[in-house]
Design a protein. Structure first.
Length: 295
């Protein structure tokens, strides 16, 4: 598996339109053959969402530090914030559906953004399917593929309608597989807090900052988050910083100083103390040990 050298930024790949010219929605379909995609062998992010139904494959990929042996009859999914790297390409039988946040926001159904499969509160990226699931997903995907090949006045609405059905169905599977909890006002506050962290963790490291964004007191936010998640609000912020630090340490050769700066720390020594306090090892030790394990 490749890593980025110290002078390389983590690339962010946009959705490249195919012959249809659609810049916000694309369907990929492979039946054994696979075009060269060497750029996916380096750690990268995508600027869009990607759902892939794998019929048959023999490959391995990493999503946010988790390795996945790609299984047949399984759905894999990722979003704009996830760090992805492939270990190689073999033959692949699959259909992938890529769509941008702009495609979602252009639809009348704004609640799509709140679906579990897109919010991904459990940071999962693999959905195991039963035989009925496979039949249903194959049917919806076939409709999407057919519509995708027929540009016209109603195409975008039809694609959005089919995508809504697919995302809703996958969200039901996601909730069952990852044991999602019933929604409540306090549970919603936890999700909002986590979403704010995911967006702002590099700029803001204090609970009070997020309380101000959510228009509540820091004390109330801390109490609700502790009750709903079992861990203090500040720990959520620290965990997100640690996860991003681990990604950068594993997937890049950036210096500790550069990583500290990227994560909003004033100096490398403070970042070093923070990481060791949270994980029990220094950033340098983590980088050495994790690469020994997976190379």
């Amino acid at each position: 598996m490749q890593v980025l050298n110290a002078t390389q930024k983590v690339p962010v790949y946009s959705l490249e339109p195919d012959k249809t010219g659609n810049k916000h929605f694309r369907v990929y379909h492979y039946e054994g053959g696979l075009p060269g995609q060497a750029d996916l062998l380096v750690p990268h992010r995508k600027s869009h969402y990607l759902l892939v139904f794998i019929r048959k494959a023999d490959s391995r990929q990493w999503i946010d530090m988790t390795p996945y042996e790609v299984k047949s009859n399984t759905v894999y999914f990722s979003g704009p914030d996830n760090m992805i790297v492939k270990e190689g390409f073999g033959e692949l039988w699959s259909t992938g559906i890529a769509f941008t946040p702009a495609f979602l926001s252009s639809q009348d159904n704004t609640s799509l953004n709140d679906l579990p499969i897109l919010r991904n509160p459990y940071n999962g990226h693999e959905l195991l399917l039963t035989a009925p699931d496979i039949l249903f997903i194959e049917e919806i995907i076939s409709k999407i593929r057919l519509e995708y090949e027929q540009p016209g006045e109603w195409q975008q609405r039809m694609l959005a309608a089919y995508l809504t059905v697919l995302l809703t169905y996958l969200s039901r599977l996601y909730t069952a597989q990852f044991k999602g909890k019933e929604k409540s006002a306090e549970r919603q506050l936890l999700k909002q807090f986590q979403e704010k962290i995911n967006t702002c963790f590099q700029q803001y490291h204090e609970v009070a900052d997020y309380a101000a964004m959510l228009h509540i007191s820091a004390g109330h936010l801390s109490e609700v988050i502790k009750n709903q998640s079992g861990k203090p609000a500040i720990k959520h912020i620290h965990d997100r910083l640690v996860m991003e630090a681990r990604r950068l340490l594993f997937h890049t050769n950036n210096s500790l100083k550069d990583i500290a700066f990227d994560l909003g720390f004033s100096d490398a020594s403070y970042f070093n103390r923070f990481f060791k306090r949270e994980t029990g090892v220094t950033p340098a030790s983590f980088r050495t040990e994790i690469r020994k394990m997976y190379h």
